[in-house]
Ligand binder design. Structure first.
Ligand code: GLN
Length: 534
């Protein structure tokens, strides 16, 4: 029977609940249990696909094409399991499904209500994850903080699960903040007491507290928290600030959080295999040299908008024993700057990531041209591939009025065009080309050499594609089309062999990078950047 761990948050948001949930999952997996993860987001959007990355951060994409919260990226990177559409549930999804059922007549005779109809739907999503994943333990994180209006129905559903399944099958972790007051030099427990009281007012007693705290909580404070919050003192876990997030599972391991959970579940405490993770931390904390990579995007004011790209760069850095520093370049600002030497003077590589809309496009094209002309390693992702094609057509093939239909509907040469399947799409949400598609790699190309494979599967999120009408013109000037999707003939990878390292892809390789297993494109991009630096 599946067991359920729930992770809630109190006091403030942004405490690292996602990392806590991921760390607990990693520890349980390291003890031989099959784990699965889920995030519940209380907002009304069906998914974050149409939200601004500057507000919400990156949209992560699962292999089966679900656009999700960025926390799922942490989950996958920590537990190294592919998640799916059952892993990100929003209030929007819950409400739509209940309303659809009501229209079909599934509730004939009933007044459809928050309890039990909405809460049943939420509970079903938790149970469905357990059934379809066949996991021993499902770890579900609830977004926001306890007390938010939006998440009340979710918390109520969890209360019912706690009651239905009993405490030997459910475990509640509540993440809170212990603030430090400068001057009186004290750590304060009151906000935690209050947030636990909020949770208990809704019928849930947490089994453990994870307290974000600047340094280890003294024993007397833990005892106080234990007494006020009715949590055993051993279940009050410190989450001290760390240099890198990969330290966190080990911090929790030392405080036995996984053993506490397994004991409550009456499950055997098998030996933990954490050697690979300890080796990773050893590497991360002892990186010998540094390297700077310029990331040219238009959402740079919120670094979370590119979190998987940055993590993928770091992972590749670990392999090459390099600490990767990102030079954040605002593409719109770049349009006004003439001295690019100054902007890129310390950078050993230029990366143009994904993006939407016309703003900042010319700045990205400028950065791409600079990389091509100065032999600086270039990695283009999704929009970064489309940009590379436009740049090549304009400046190498000397074609005029070249653009993407996304930015210029009426350009003479729409070298990037709307995909045929998109022409009749009306809704904006959930209608991009999403998730895994196969890509065939052309022999004797850089892509084939890097992947060491004839066929690959990568995750996508786009509406526009390379316009094959222009292929010959670009090939004649030396551009190589090294990957394509066979059934649709859609271009997936381009490269420039007259350059030390210039490659760009229509898909998002960053989603498949893991800290202990960097993605081949990132791995070799950093490798080439290291060479460039020498
Ligand atoms: N805006 C482009 C498209 O829709 C690129 C998308 C992306 O970079 N994710 O095709």
């Amino acid at each position: 029977m599946t067991k359920y761990v729930f992770v809630t948050g109190g006091v403030v948001s942004g405490l690292g609940k996602g990392i806590t949930a991921s760390s607990v999952a990693l520890l349980l997996k390291s003890r031989g249990y099959k784990v699965f993860m889920q995030k519940f987001d209380p907002y009304i959007n069906v998914d974050p696909g149409t939200m601004s990355p500057i507000q919400h951060g990156e949209v992560f994409v699962t292999y089966d094409g679900c656009e999700t919260d960025l926390d799922l990226g942490h989950y996958e990177r920590f537990i190294d399991e592919e998640l799916n559409y059952t892993s990100n549930i929003t209030s929007g999804k819950i409400y739509s499904s209940v309303i659809e059922k009501e229209r079909k007549g599934d509730y004939l005779g009933a007044t459809v209500q928050m309890v039990p109809h909405i809460t049943n739907e939420i509970k079903n999503k938790v149970y469905e994850a357990g059934i379809t994943s066949k996991a021993d333990v499902v770890i579900t994180e609830i977004g926001g903080t306890v007390g938010d209006i939006e998440s009340q129905s979710m918390i109520e559903a969890l209360r019912q699960i706690q009651y239905e399944k009993g405490s030997e099958n459910t475990f509640f972790i509540h993440c809170t903040l212990i603030p430090y007051i400068y001057g009186s030099n004290e750590l304060k427990t009151k906000p935690t007491q209050n947030s636990v009281r909020d949770l208990r007012n809704m019928g849930i007693r947490p089994d453990a507290l994870v307290c974000r705290v600047p340094f280890s909580t003294p024993d007397n404070l833990k005892e106080k928290l234990s007494m006020f919050c009715s949590v055993p003192v051993g279940n009050v876990i410190d989450s001290v600030d760390v240099k890198n997030i990969y330290d966190i599972p080990i911090n929790y391991y030392k405080q036995h959080i996984d053993e506490i959970i397994l004991k409550q579940f009456n499950l055997p405490i098998k030996k933990a295999d954490l050697k690979y993770w300890e080796d990773l931390i050893e590497t991360v904390n002892n990186l010998k040299k540094e390297i700077e990579i310029s990331l040219v995007g238009k959402y740079v004011e919120l670094h979370d908008a590119y979190i998987s790209v940055v993590e993928a760069l770091k992972h590749a850095g670990y392999k090459h024993n390099l600490k990767v520093n990102v030079n954040w370049v605002d593409s719109e600002e770049l349009e006004k700057i003439d001295n690019l030497d100054e902007v890129f003077k310390n950078s050993s590589g230029i990366l143009v990531p994904g993006g939407f809309g016309q703003r900042g496009i010319e700045g990205k094209i400028k950065a791409c041209k600079y990389a091509r002309e100065n032999n600086i390693p270039y990695l283009g992702i999704c929009l970064g591939m489309q940009i590379a094609v436009i740049e090549f057509a304009r400046n190498v093939c000397k074609m005029e009025d070249v653009s993407s239909r996304e930015f210029d509907e009426t350009c003479k040469n729409p070298i990037i065009d709307l995909m045929a399947e998109q022409k009749h799409v009306i809704n904006m949400g959930g209608t991009l080309r999403l998730g895994n598609y196969e890509c065939t790699l052309v022999k004797n190309t850089l892509a084939h050499k890097l992947y060491k494979s004839d066929k690959i599967l990568e995750r996508h999120r786009h509406r526009y594609e390379f316009n094959n009408k222009y292929k010959k013109q670009l090939e004649d000037k030396g551009l190589v089309f090294s990957g394509y999707n066979e059934p649709s003939d859609l271009v997936e990878i381009i490269e420039n062999p007259n350059h030390p390292f210039f490659i760009a892809c229509q898909f998002h390789p960053e989603f498949k990078s893991r800290p202990t297993r960097p993605h081949p494109l990132f791995d070799n991009f950093i490798g080439a950047s290291k060479k460039y630096k020498k």
